[in-house]
Design a protein around this ligand. Structure first.
Ligand code: NAD
Length: 358
């Protein structure tokens, strides 16, 4: 980190957010909740309504670009802009890039030149960073790295339930997984995407979602198909797992394992009347995190069935929020603050709960 003092363990890590959109504003809150990191600035490309949230939160506002004209546009719209991206890079230890997918490579150059560590999101390819991250799969592999990528919401969801399953049988063999990803058409805040009256198969077969899991846990053999459906609120995965013949598991033991897994919620749909993603989201709103977020992956207990060597289950993914706490854990890995992923996860989640008074 060329522009900062060397980060000593337990010093507060200075975090910047580049792209204060759907993911960026949530990561900013999650970082702000932690006592071992602080937000030193967030960027907007122009003075749009998202700036008001940064002002309300007291997050210093910067322009995504260094052009003086673009920086001045903020003051003209009544916002106090502290400078451009280069100014922000000069005061942070790590930058979380939450720009729209595929613009990362240009940004990465800037971060490297400034000597600042960076985290990208799932819209970027693994090849950009050469490292990917989920808290449960490969926290240790990311200790001290300069650049990583928190995988997409779907891959994060797969990792949450498949990694513990894999670990429970790894001395007997591996998992062979097929996942059908039933994807929301758009985020609730998007008006430009669809479909609104069709079911649209992703004709690239297999879809990238399953194989992306192998960037964090290469031992799991997985393939996937995806379809987009007219809903905005969640993704749903229908998963079939082939276990080694001597797996020694039962439906009950798999459910018990997931009950003990961090950031997984297991509930009985029939008993609770949570029978669809609509009710899962209502549950999330009841929990009370901002934006009605659900950081956990939701598994229907009565949708889990182990028949011989084949395990079947459904899980629901809140696309805008399951990756949020993972970004916090990724910062701890990169800054070598905490080597034990379980300790990091517990710290992250407790701090977020306290932040929202839950
Ligand atoms: P978004 O469009 O809501 O927000 C992106 C923000 O980045 C906007 O504020 C935009 O103005 C800003 N921006 C535009 N160009 C930029 C640039 N060159 N540099 C920096 N910022 C720029 O997008 P999002 O949904 O928050 O997605 C961000 C990333 O997170 C993507 O890689 C996406 O694939 C990934 N992701 C999104 C979701 C989701 O459900 N929204 C879930 C998981 C991962």
């Amino acid at each position: 980190m060329a522009n900062s003092e060397p980060c000593l363990k337990h010093m507060v890590t200075r975090v910047a957010i580049n792209g204060f959109g759907t993911i960026g504003k949530r990561v900013a809150d999650a970082v702000d909740a932690q006592d071992d990191m602080e937000i030193v600035g967030v960027t907007k490309t122009r003075p749009s309504f998202g700036c008001d949230l940064a002002v309300k939160k007291n997050f210093p506002l910067f322009c995504t670009f260094d052009s003086q004209e673009k920086i001045d546009a903020f003051a003209e719209a009544g916002y106090d802009c502290q400078g451009g991206l280069s100014d922000l890079l000069s005061i942070c230890d790590v930058i979380v890039d939450c720009s729209p997918g595929k613009v990362g490579s240009e940004n990465l150059e800037k971060y490297r030149e400034a000597g600042v560590k960076s985290i990208f999101q799932g819209g970027e390819k693994h090849e950009l960073t050469g490292k990917s991250y989920t808290s449960s799969a490969n926290h240790l592999d990311n200790i001290g790295v300069d650049c990583t990528r928190v995988v997409s919401c779907n891959t994060t969801g797969l990792s949450r339930t498949l990694v513990p399953l894999f670990e429970s049988i790894q001395d007997k063999g591996t998992l062979s997984v097929n996942s059908v990803m039933i994807r929301r058409a758009a985020d609730p805040g998007d008006s430009s995407k669809g479909p609104i009256n069709a079911i649209k198969p992703v004709l690239k077969v297999p879809s990238h979602h399953g194989p992306d899991l192998m960037t964090v846990k290469q031992e799991i053999e997985i393939t996937s198909l995806a379809v987009a459906v007219p809903t905005t609120i969640m993704h749903l995965h229908a998963i079939t797992v082939e276990l080694p013949s001597n797996h020694g598991l039962s439906t009950k033991s798999v459910i018990e394992m997931w009950r003990k897994t961090p950031r997984v919620i297991v509930m009985n749909g029939t008993d609770t009347k949570i029978t669809s993603t609509a009710e899962v989201m209502e549950l999330a709103r009841d929990i009370g995190r901002k934006w009605g977020d659900l950081h956990e992956i939701f598994v229907w207990e009565d949708g889990v069935s182990l028949q011989g060597n084949k395990l079947y289950y459904f899980q629901a993914i809140h696309q805008e929020s399951d990756v949020i706490p993972e970004n916090v854990d990724a910062i701890r890995a990169m800054m070598d603050i905490e080597k034990d992923w379980m300790i990091s996860v517990e710290k992250t989640d407790k701090a977020i709960s306290a932040y929202y008074g839950l």
